[in-house]
Design a binder for this molecule. Structure first.
Ligand code: TYM
Length: 326
């Protein structure tokens, strides 16, 4: 079976964007691959975060993984910080990464512009992400569009390392959803829906109260005109159509046909109803897991035990190839 790896960082509450762009696809394909999913908690340290909040968010991400349908009998589930091979390989890869290519990462540049005190960790973040992926010889990485550049770096580092030291890493490929690879903010549909915004009126959080979800969708910004079509000059409507299609498994064409002659109010009602239908059962399970944190810990411990040896062996191979004697 081919292997795949992906992760979410627990910097805030998960959004509908994380679900559509990523987790919902993992759930669909976990059985077809040797699947590995971690909570990328070391990545959350790259920005200022209160320790208590990080702990709570870390439980919340795993609770959401389980609530959305990831199953420890189908996938390995654990926390990045449990397996020290992640940062260890990160260091080794740092030494084959150029300052130039790390400086070109747009996610870093955007965050660095907003924050005065940028950590070295934030700059180095894509290299740690490359290490996460390259540790396990995975063929596929299911992610949303915003991670494409980071995956490209992982691919480049794998190729460069293989050329310099002999074949060591599998060069991974991204798996992107056909619809919903980038879900946008409902109040500003040219900006990504994000878990780390100060203002959440345009972001649907997976644990939002369902009345609030309804309100947020009803207040979503739409575009001039009245046609319900996915088009560049209609970012608001296109975003609502993407959400609708991703959650109903319809194509954009089918949805456009369904909404032909209808008004924006009708579109929003339909989106409200599919989003609520999706979130309701997830929230019930999420609450159950958040009340059973010991269970989350047990799953993570079992996950770590299953995966640790592979990661360790890979780091050993890399160290040997680079000439380290122990
Ligand atoms: P993160 O935590 O920002 O996002 C997790 C996943 O959700 C996707 N995503 C979206 N998809 C569609 N629309 C959106 N608005 C949206 N927002 C987020 C992301 O593309 C991602 O797939 N660096 C990663 C975490 C990570 C990782 C890894 C991923 C660490 N190591 C190794 C893959 C492989 C991140 O910050 O994702």
């Amino acid at each position: 079976m081919e292997k795949l790896f992906s992760a979410v960082k627990p910097t805030g509450k998960l959004t509908l964007g994380n679900y559509i762009g990523s987790i919902s696809n993992w759930v669909k394909i976990q059985k077809d691959y040797d699947s590995i999913f971690c909570v990328a908690d070391l990545h959350s340290l790259t920005v200022k975060i209160d320790p208590k909040e990080l702990t709570e968010n870390s439980y919340a991400v795993m609770a959401n993984y389980l609530a959305c349908g990831l199953d420890e009998n189908e996938s390995v589930l654990y926390y990045q910080s449990q397996v020290s091979s992640h940062p260890e390989l990160g260091w080794l890869l740092n030494c084959v990464t150029s300052m130039g290519e790390a400086s070109r990462m747009t996610a870093y540049k955007e965050k660095a512009e907003k924050n005065k005190n940028v950590s070295v960790g934030l700059f180095d973040y894509p290299v740690l992400m490359a290490a996460d992926i390259l540790l396990y010889d995975v063929k596929y990485v299911p992610i949303g569009e915003d991670q494409r550049q980071h995956l490209e770096l992982a691919r480049n580092l794998a190729i460069r390392f293989n050329n310099a030291y002999g074949n060591t890493f599998v060069v991974p490929e991204g798996l992107y959803p056909k619809v919903g690879a980038k879900i946008y903010n409902l109040q500003n549909p040219t900006k990504k829906m994000s878990k780390s915004d100060d203002d959440d009126t345009g972001n649907i959080m997976l644990d939002d109260n369902l009345d609030l979800v309804r309100q947020k969708i009803k207040r979503a910004v739409t575009d001039s005109g009245s046609e319900i079509v996915a088009r560049e000059d209609k970012p608001g409507v296109t975003n609502l159509l993407s959400i609708y299609c991703a959650l109903t498994n319809k194509t954009i064409k089918e949805a456009e046909k369904f909404f032909e002659g209808k008004n924006y109010g009708f579109l929003k009602e339909e989106v409200v109803s599919v989003v609520i239908e999706t979130l309701k059962p997830i929230q019930e399970k999420y609450n159950y897991y958040m009340n059973n944190k010991d269970f989350i810990r047990e799953i993570a411990i079992r996950g770590k035990e299953k995966i640790e040896k592979q990661a360790h062996e890979k780091v050993k191979e890399v160290k040997q190839k680079m000439g380290l004697i122990f």
